[in-house]
Design a binder for this molecule. Sequence first.
Ligand SMILES: C[S@@+](CC[C@H](N)C(=O)[O-])C[C@H]1O[C@@H](n2cnc3c(N)ncnc32)[C@H](O)[C@@H]1O
Length: 255
Amino acid sequence: MNRQQRNSLPDFRPALFSHLRRAHLWLTRGAVFVFLVCGVAAFGQQTSLPRATTARPLNERVADYERAERESWQKPDEIVKALELKNGDVVADIGAGTGYFSRRFAKAVAPAGKVYAVDIAADILEFLKKDSEKQNLNNIVLVLSKEDDPMLPENSVDLAFFSDTTHHIANRANFYRKMRPGLKKGGLMAIVDFPPDASVHPHKAEELVPRSQVIAEAEEAGFKLRKEFKFLPRQYFLVFEKTDQEHQTNQTIPK
Ligand SMILES: C[S@@+](CC[C@H](N)C(=O)[O-])C[C@H]1O[C@@H](n2cnc3c(N)ncnc32)[C@H](O)[C@@H]1O
């Protein structure tokens, strides 16, 4: 092909550059979008609460909390083992639900220890009571608590435990502050919950509490992170110790 023939061919280059520019623009926009979504999920804050658990009928909640499939990722026996409880310890299982953890704690601290099964829902506590009687667990004490106060007896508890519950509590730092007097000196608080970027989780990302927020709120209420276990595939598992110092700043309440 000579130069004259080449010059007579249509020039596709401007169109090609324009397509490439547009593709580049969309890729950049996509990357920014993914970064923002993941960033909010990984580093943001809980901005709204999930609907109340009691919006579902009792039988649905029981079937959900007690489903057999849960054991494969919740690893309840490994969690209890990691907490190194001993005979005589007192555990508060806050947001105890059906007693999925309470009954395991009851066995771990028996015969001298006991478990406060704390929940705001009277119907689920009634289920827990009947179920623990059937299983001859007589060291579980029911506490029908308030939304903003676990109502623990003063200076009575070695470990306050929360599983899949903290994301339901509106003003956690204040809640932990009210809980503090119930813990013995150097008492522990363990929190197991879903981060917003978990592979599978039960609520919308913005209704869950990122790990960093859990730590900030616990510190705000006078707790120090002591241990973190990484064996749960979907959840964080953080253990805090009550310090002598209670911090005073207030947390924003998610609507
Ligand atoms: C998703 S269930 C988890 C139950 C149990 N911890 C488990 O792992 O199977 C959450 C429980 O927390 C209770 N709950 C919600 N808000 C609470 C609060 N402010 N204080 C105590 N319990 C609360 C609910 O009634 C419900 O039984």
